[in-house]
Design a protein. Structure first.
Length: 445
């Protein structure tokens, strides 16, 4: 077992080099022991498992299902699900634990697990490690092999009804939807039956030639082309496991996720917003209460629960809602955006300009070692005290290093899922933004 696969907020690794049949079986035992200790079950642990569409995830999923049943777990066989539906079922069925088999946007030879307990409370992977292969605590689990089973869970209708509840659309919308060949396809197909006036140009419903990372420009070519050629109202792209969404306006222009969140926050008037360090200034201005935390669904959802916040988001395209057990719900965000634009009588580009006037660098990625990243962090902190573009900034170190000035901020943080360091800069003036990016690039090189 390689500890490197235990990331900050999920388990991810290559199949079969890092995650294989033996690893999955060991994980099943460790997770059951963890649930028995943490959830204090004295009967079978009820566990929802689901997966994305990748072939390696299907392999890991079948092994996991059989092993959980063998060890006495009561398994809800969710099969293919997007993460928002997975969390909905976990919450409504009040499961003891849940596992989504996915490696998100990583290459097709990767798989992994996203974990929760007590319905939808996220579990940090490091918490499972102490139960890994520890036979001394096997006795704490109540095995009931004779009664163990799995049952197929078909909760799509219930989730669709919940998803569209309260959404009212009257005008005709013409949109492009790219699901990147992922699990959101099934849900979108059912949702669109509820809204006959949403006319859709479908992209990657089924096989897909491009990758499923919605922030990667190389994956935008088709949707931008179709929005322009067909003169559509807007376009959206959802990633493979259905937990992120990005928007494109009527000109095919990519809308930064922070700008999307600014529009939603300004119009939905929800109480409290939790965001990661890269959330833009407009969101902070549009919400009555803003709470900042580390990047990652574990930290966002944990802080939302703590604060009772009704909405949360990350600059990477994750949008969380209290109504769905503090989980991501990209299709709900899409429907609410249409509802907002219809109410305002505006195009997406107009709503963005009105809600978010700031200039953004977008995510700029660098490859570097942990040691070099540490050196760069210290250098940036030193530079922030000198009389140049980063001068007089407030330093925050909850996730990498962030420096905030009066009308600008910059953040440099290490990705928890890839070997990359990510730079984001935002400023009221374009020249200021360009200067800050230039200065930080100088330090890094």
């Amino acid at each position: 077992m390689k500890k490197e696969v235990f990331k900050k907020y999920d388990i991810r690794g290559k199949w079969p080099n890092e995650i294989n049949e033996n690893f999955v079986k060991e994980f099943a035992g460790a997770f059951l022991r963890y649930l028995n200790r943490e959830v204090f079950r004295q009967t079978q642990s009820k566990i929802l498992i689901s997966r994305d569409r990748e072939e390696v995830s299907k392999k890991a999923y079948e092994i996991l299902k059989k092993e959980l049943v063998k060890l006495g777990g009561e398994v809800i066989d969710g099969r293919e699900m997007m993460i928002s539906a997975h969390n909905f079922v976990s919450g409504t069925q009040k499961t003891d634990g849940a596992v989504m088999v996915t490696a998100s946007h990583l290459p097709k030879n990767y798989t992994g697990f996203k974990l929760s307990k007590n319905g939808t409370e996220p579990v940090k992977p490091e918490e499972i490690l102490k139960f890994w292969g520890n036979k001394e605590i096997d006795s704490c689990h109540v095995y009931r092999q004779a009664d163990s089973e799995y049952k197929k869970g078909d909760y799509l209708k219930e989730y669709i009804d919940f998803l569209v509840e309260g959404v009212k659309l009257k005008k005709e919308w013409r949109v492009a939807i790219d699901v990147a060949g992922g699990v959101a396809e099934k849900v979108f197909n059912e949702v669109l039956k509820k809204f006959k006036k949403i006319k859709v140009e479908k992209i990657c419903f089924g096989k897909c030639e491009h990758g499923d990372g919605p922030l990667e420009k190389k994956n935008w070519k088709e949707i931008k082309k179709i929005v322009l050629k067909k003169k559509l109202d807007l376009g959206i792209m959802v990633d493979g496991d259905g937990d992120r969404i990005v928007f494109f306006d009527e000109e095919g222009k990519f809308i930064e996720p922070s700008s999307t969140l600014a529009v939603l926050a300004s119009e939905m008037k929800l109480n409290g917003f939790v965001g990661n360090v890269n959330i833009g200034m407009a969101v902070r201005e549009e919400t009555n209460k803003f709470f900042e935390t580390k990047t990652g669904h574990i930290y966002i959802r944990e802080e939302m629960r703590k604060r009772g916040a009704e909405i949360g988001g990350e600059h990477s395209g994750h949008i969380y809602f209290k109504r769905n057990f503090y989980a991501e719900d990209p299709i709900y965000a899409f429907l609410k955006m249409l509802e907002i634009l219809e109410k305002k009588g505006e195009k997406l580009s107009e709503a963005v300009l009105e809600s978010d006037p700031y200039f953004k660098s977008g995510e700029i990625n660098f490859k570097m070692t942990d040691k070099r990243f540490g050196e760069i962090k210290e250098e940036i902190k030193k530079q922030s005290k000198k009389p140049f573009d980063l001068a007089q900034g407030k330093i925050l170190e909850i996730d990498g290093v962030k420096i905030s000035g009066k009308d600008w901020w910059m953040s440099l943080r290490k990705s928890h899922t890839e070997d990359l360091v990510r730079l984001n800069v935002e400023a009221k003036e374009k020249k200021e933004l360009e200067k800050i990016v230039k200065e930080v690039r100088k330090l890094i090189r």
